[in-house]
Design a protein around this ligand. Structure first.
Ligand SMILES: Nc1ncnc2c1ncn2[C@@H]1O[C@H](COP(=O)(O)OP(=O)(O)OP(=O)(O)O)[C@@H](O)[C@H]1O
Length: 287
């Protein structure tokens, strides 16, 4: 209590104006802060983060409009906000349902604890090596494969369409997953923080007209997923055994294992700048 008394004294708040602050108030504030922190973290883990950022922009706009007394903008915002709240609930409905389900199963906090683990550079490099090794081996025997490596944009929406795996990435595991006539071989595998998060995931197909006619749905799905996320999407063709990489809506075809390794070796936490520069260079080279 002495600490708070000193803070109030330093702020010049008199004894008279000082709010009474008990242990229960502090506990109350801490619990609310903790819950808000968890909610923000949960939002960041789903695609709701992009929508959430849009909402923050609207709030910032409202604040500016209020400061500058832009009455027409304020009127429009205040009249659309009530509709907006309902719209947000509708748009976020799958995420909210998932969060409530997890809360019911008691998984919400454990999932958070696991996902907050630091990405280890050594483990990330090992993951890249294992994926490249698997792609090379699957290419040599013409086993089709589709692997997404999550970057900053969460792939939770794709992951939910598949079967959870949650295992450390290894070339043997990947080869096994894509083995013909096995239950997990169809669809895409999602790799997150050096673990295979899920298999048999369904990805959106690109509707670009520029995709070569000789490419089928596996490659179209790879390009489609790379258009709506910043993931590295690796495809091994079942027909030719060729290895390709989709990134930012661009497909880099017929890569050697070394080229693939170089392209996907950027560690996740380095941020997208360097990665994007490398990919952009590749894009220009292709064009
Ligand atoms: N939307 C999708 N999401 C995830 N995986 C998909 C999707 N569409 C197709 N696939 C995968 O691709 C396989 C079909 O590949 P298809 O032969 O049509 O594609 P392709 O691009 O010609 O590839 P390949 O060269 O390997 O034959 C499916 O069995 C499935 O595993």
């Amino acid at each position: 209590m002495e600490v708070f008394k000193n803070i109030f004294d330093n702020l010049g708040i008199t004894e008279f104006a000082r709010p009474s602050l008990g242990i229960s108030d502090i506990l109350d504030i801490l619990i609310v802060a903790y819950i808000i922190y968890k909610i923000i973290f949960w939002i960041k883990e789903t695609r709701a983060w992009v929508l959430f950022k849009g909402i923050l922009v609207i709030f910032a706009l409202a604040a500016v409009a209020m400061l500058l007394k832009l009455n027409t903008i304020l009127w429009i915002l205040s009249n659309t906000i009530s509709v907006g709240i309902i719209a947000v609930i509708v748009v976020f409905q799958p995420e909210l349902r998932k969060a409530l389900e997890q809360l019911g199963k008691g998984k919400f906090f454990t999932a958070f604890a696991r996902s907050s683990e630091e990405t280890d550079d050594k483990a990330a490099q090992r993951t890249v090596d294992e994926i490249v090794k698997a792609a090379e081996k699957m290419g040599s025997v013409k086993t089709g494969a589709l692997i997404l490596i999550e970057q900053k944009v969460p792939l939770g929406d794709f992951e939910r369409t598949g079967i959870p795996v949650d295992a450390i990435v290894s070339s043997q595991l990947l080869i096994n997953i894509f083995e013909h006539n096995t239950p997990l071989h169809d669809g895409a595998v999602i790799v997150r923080r050096n673990r295979v998060a899920a298999a048999t995931c369904f990805l959106p197909l690109t509707d670009s007209n520029e995709v070569s006619m000789e490419l089928g749905t596996r490659h179209r799905a790879a390009i489609g997923a790379s258009e709506v996320s910043d993931a590295y999407v690796i495809v091994v063709s079942e027909e030719t055994g060729a290895i390709s990489l989709a990134r930012g809506g661009v497909l880099y075809r017929d890569l050697s294992p070394e080229q693939l390794k170089n392209m996907i070796s950027q560690p996740r936490k380095e941020g997208s700048k360097k990665t994007f520069a490398t990919i952009w260079k590749g894009r220009q080279e292709k064009e």
